[in-house]
Ligand binder design. Structure first.
Ligand SMILES: C[S@@+](CC[C@H](N)C(=O)[O-])C[C@H]1O[C@@H](n2cnc3c(N)ncnc32)[C@H](O)[C@@H]1O
Length: 211
């Protein structure tokens, strides 16, 4: 008998994803919480665990494109008894945000150290770009916040230019009219943030408020 060539299983094929078979997804049905916060690209998830402690009333939703990390972090949140109010879905955040409803339903969006792409051919992977910002503006409630941080000065300048041109966002940094924040005020840090701090790298933080 000829041996059959079995297709190798796709790693983390059972990673949690947004409900299929429906385009629009009510973000309030994904987690329990008095309000909703989103994290884009949580990676190994450190921020979500710490944020769950520093904001115990918040419902937290992460979108992580790497299935491995979405699976591992979502499972760890559940193991720690946080599964009802903190989830990570294996999704490209740029597509996932466009599916979320209703408008003005999210209190905060966190984007920690995005866009680790340097090669020109990888530019299409850029997360923080105009369409992504439009979806965030649509989802944020009035007074809701967008927090972005990076350790790359030129990236911070580019984000500031892009976000500063969005009419429905107001800079909310340390000084009036500026989006720059010297510290992270959220009582929770991302893994990359901790590493940058330990390595003595500068961290550029921007915060905006939805009108
Ligand atoms: C440089 S790492 C930073 C990880 C984490 N935010 C931190 O600060 O430690 C960027 C993260 O964003 C994720 N990512 C990149 N593009 C994404 C996308 N389109 N949607 C969701 N996650 C994405 C990567 O897989 C990676 O986990």
């Amino acid at each position: 008998m000829q041996p059959t060539l079995a297709t190798p299983p796709r790693p983390y094929a059972d990673a949690p994803t947004l409900p299929s078979g429906q385009e629009a997804v009510d973000v309030r049905a994904l987690v329990r919480g008095e309000w909703i916060e989103l994290e884009i690209g949580p990676g190994r998830g450190g921020f979500l665990f710490e944020r769950a402690r520093s904001a115990p009333a918040a419902g937290l939703v992460g979108f992580e494109v790497r299935r491995k990390w979405a699976s591992v972090v979502d499972a760890r949140l559940a193991e720690r008894g946080l599964g009802a109010r903190a989830r990570v879905f294996a999704e490209d955040a740029r597509l996932a945000l466009a599916r979320l409803t209703p408008d003005a339903s999210v209190r905060r969006v966190f984007v920690h150290f995005p866009d680790p792409w340097w090669k020109k051919r990888h530019r299409k992977r850029t997360v923080v770009q105009a369409g992504f910002v439009r979806e965030i503006v649509r989802l944020l409630q009035p007074g809701g916040e967008l927090f972005v941080q990076t350790d790359v000065a030129s990236r911070a300048d580019a984000y500031e230019e892009l976000l500063g041109s969005e009419k429905l966002l107001r800079a909310k940094g340390d000084d009036a009219g500026s989006a720059r924040l010297s510290d992270n005020p959220y009582g929770a840090q991302s893994p990359r943030e901790r590493r940058a701090q330990a390595d003595g790298l500068p961290i550029y933080r921007l915060r905006y408020e939805r009108y």
